[in-house]
Design a protein around this ligand. Structure first.
Ligand code: FMN
Length: 117
């Protein structure tokens, strides 16, 4: 199954060797399914890092890297019902490199009181 998922599009190759992959999906009838799934995905990535694992968010919702709707391609592989939307896949494993912490914070993107353009 991980091998199949790794071939969904060219940015999903790591699924083939990752010890486990989580496909994050939610009930599309729920107005906040995208927000809920996004928070769950990010929380899992942060929690994995905390215990020394590496994780990567792999695009599914809204992308067509496969030539079709990537979320639908994944849903078809796994038999996920039409009522569920696939937000993303998360590949997890032991990291083979350690990157130095960095920030993408830039002061000019912070607006105080009112947005200044
Ligand atoms: C919405 C979204 C989609 C992403 N899709 C992919 C993907 O398909 N394949 C991949 O290798 N990484 C994907 N990533 C991971 C990013 O390429 C990047 O590694 C990650 O966001 C960490 O970024 P940073 O190192 O700049 O903080 C995605 C990230 C986000 C937020």
């Amino acid at each position: 199954m991980r091998s199949k998922l790794s071939k969904v599009h060219s940015y999903a190759w790591m699924c083939a060797e990752a010890p486990f992959v989580i496909v994050v999906c939610g009930n599309k009838d729920d107005l906040s399914w995208i927000e809920d799934c996004s928070a769950a995905a990010e929380n899992m990535l942060v929690a994995a890092a905390e215990i020394g694992l590496g994780g990567c968010w792999i695009a599914a919702r809204g992308t067509k890297y496969s030539g079709r709707d990537d979320g639908q391609v994944i849903a078809d592989i796994l038999g996920i019902p039409k009522t569920s939307g696939v937000l993303c896949m998360l590949s997890f494993g032991y990291p083979d490199e350690e990157k130095a912490p960095r920030t993408q914070y830039t002061e000019d993107k912070v607006h105080w009181e009112k947005y200044k353009s």
